[in-house]
Design a protein around this ligand. Structure first.
Ligand code: PEP
Ligand code: MG
Length: 585
């Protein structure tokens, strides 16, 4: 009898995206390729090729439409991303340009479509914001569906068999992830992907152990091999021996026990041991996120990144469209605060809206015409957004947040525009909240240091640590090559945070934090000790941060936290933060 060789066991390391342990069977997803060849089409066949392209687009639209209609009980992120893919596929520009390429160059539909996709993706690649740049990735994924359809391999997977399936792919689109839902999928691992990619955000929203960026896992793993995924550490073990499986079964049980304990916190208040009440709010991108926000037990929306709703389309949203999105969010939050941030768009994004901007593009867009600078340079667009937010303020507790202030005159100009928006609405007899609060984000070191001029002019402030760290340490937050320099515990960052929070406290101006730092329980005590009382984060992070708050006594941690913010020796800071986190467990 032929003896079968024992499978070789090995481990791969990638990016820990969504925590937890999964043990199961590999399910390999065929590698969709966008490397299509160029074929020349005979003149009489050109119109047939156009029809073939249009049929594929219609099929993909129908497929995405069907997925969208089945999303009722899915995470809000999922609905949002499918929505983005639908918008990309429905964008008339994509079809129009592809048809034109087929006709003018007499080439096959796949090739024409990929050419047009490359053009669009290039525009997104130039955006300095990692989050927005990832949207170029959405275009790639949406186009991939059409290419698969053209090749006769539609993306939909009717069903896959087996228990505890671990999806192994080169890359996964949100729509792909959707088709795996309800199919005994317990984990996702992919070769590519970054922390801010949609796949990563979705995996976190679905709360499924996920490791991305494994480079060549798809090539090394065979179908049905046994895998262990440690989403917390970013480790994938292929063909583990029985003792390792036993060890991980134990870790899995412990993790699940811990998570179910955390879920019990949903209805409890985030109050410290010394009875100080902390506000935990959620960051959202689209109105549909509200479902997840309410499920998480958040007390409101602390950051609504409005630019995200309108991505993937070729024009700027009208005031009415914006009003509808803001109204829906405010209404569904049922009186809880909703902080709507005005557009935080980069220079490149505006290229879509108005060709006239093309001469404004610069080499260093992070320091260029982005965010409030762009809004003030486009008063018509800014005014429309302010009017839309004001109109929505009648339907809930809405506040306005303006990103990236660095100069006092920017606040003055914004307040003047707000006044103009209000008086135009009064003239039209449209109701709005006359006392609507307006706040500013502190995410530029200059604004942090000269905070007084913002405290005097605004109703509240919110610290954007993602950009504040980027600008303080002079590192592009989207550049992997300098990612190791991105350090929230750098002494300069801590000095700025301490200065911002204590100045706001003294001035009696409410201050919150909505950057990633607010959602990391490792920083919760430090921030509490520095005086922060409002945190806004991705909804899934709320339970862990709440637990940390409930185990903390501010009167005890305050002296140590303040001492840490005065240290300028990194090793000492790390040691003291560890000490701070170790007490009162
Ligand atoms: C930040 O900079 O911390 C922030 C919350 O804004 P964004 O991540 O959207 O730039
Ligand atoms: Mg920012």
């Amino acid at each position: 009898m032929k003896e079968s060789k024992p499978a070789i066991s090995f481990a791969l390391h990638g990016l820990p995206i969504s925590g937890g342990i999964a043990i199961g069977q590999a399910h390999l997803v065929s590698q969709a390729t966008l490397e299509v060849s160029r074929l020349t089409i005979a003149p009489r066949m050109v119109e047939k090729e156009v029809t073939r392209f249009e049929t594929a687009m219609t099929n993909v639209r129908a497929e995405l439409g069907a997925i969208k209609n089945n999303l009722e009980n899915s995470p809000a992120e999922m609905r949002a991303f499918i929505h983005v893919h639908c918008m990309i596929i429905e964008d008339p520009e994509l079809s129009k340009a592809t048809r034109q390429i087929i006709r003018e160059q007499r080439c096959n539909a796949e090739w024409a479509l990929v050419q047009q996709m490359n053009l669009l993706v290039e525009q997104f690649d130039r955006i300095d914001d990692a989050y927005l740049r990832e949207r170029g990735h959405d275009i790639r994924q949406a186009v991939e569906r059409v290419v698969r359809e053209l090749a006769g391999h539609p993306a939909s997977r009717k069903s896959i068999k087996g228990e505890n399936l671990i999806v192994v792919a080169h890359d996964l689109s949100p729509a792909d992830m959707m088709t795996f839902k309800n199919m005994n999928v317990v984990s996702f691992v992919t070769d590519v992907g970054a922390t801010t990619s949609h796949t990563a955000i979705l995996a976190r929203g679905m709360d499924i152990p996920t490791v991305l960026g494994l480079h060549n896992a798809r090539q090394l793993i065979r179908d049905k091999e046994t895998l262990i995924v440690d989403g917390t550490r970013g480790v994938l073990i292929v063909n583990p021996d029985p003792r390792i499986i036993e060890e991980y079964e134990l870790r899995k049980t412990q993790f699940e026990l811990e998570r179910s304990k955390l879920k019990l916190l949903k209805t409890t208040h985030a109050t410290t041991l010394d009875k100080i009440k902390i506000d935990l709010l959620a960051n959202i991108e689209v109105p549909e996120d509200v479902t997840t926000v309410l499920e998480s037990g958040a007390e409101g929306v602390g950051l609504f990144r409005t630019e995200f709703i309108f991505l993937g389309r070729g024009d700027m949203p009208s005031e009415d469209e914006q009003f509808e999105a803001y109204r829906k969010t405010a209404k569904n939050m049922e009186g809880r605060p909703v902080v709507i941030r005005t557009f935080d768009l980069g220079n490149d994004k505006v290229l879509h809206v108005d060709e006239a901007h093309s001469d404004r593009r610069r080499e260093n867009p992070a320091l260029g015409l982005r965010s409030v600078r762009l809004s003030l340079a486009e008063p018509k667009i800014f005014l429309a957004q302010l009017r839309a937010i004001l109109r929505a303020s009648k339907f809930g507790k809405v506040k306005i947040l303006v990103p990236m202030f660095s100069h006092a005159f920017q606040v003055d100009q914004t307040l003047a525009l707000l006044e103009q928006a209000k008086s135009s609405l009064r003239g039209e007899k449209i109701a709005f909240d006359e006392d609507i609060e307006i706040g500013g984000m502190i995410e530029v070191p200059a604004a942090a240091l000269a905070i007084g001029m913002f405290l005097r002019r605004l109703d509240f402030l919110s610290i954007g640590t993602n950009d504040l760290i980027q600008y303080t340490l002079a590192i592009n937050r989207a550049d992997e090559q300098v990612a190791n320099l991105y350090d929230p515990l750098h002494p300069a960052v801590l000095m700025l945070l301490s200065h911002i929070i204590s100045s706001a406290e003294k001035a009696g101006v409410p201050i919150s934090m909505c950057g990633e730092m607010a959602g990391d329980p490792n920083f919760t005590r430090l921030l509490l000790g520095l005086g922060l009382r409002q945190f806004s984060m991705f909804p899934a992070r709320i339970p862990a941060v709440k637990q940390r708050i409930k185990q903390s006594d501010i009167s005890e941690i305050e002296p140590l936290a303040r001492r840490i913010a005065r240290l300028d020796e990194p090793a000492k800071i790390a040691e003291q933060v560890e000490k701070l986190n170790a007490t009162q467990q």
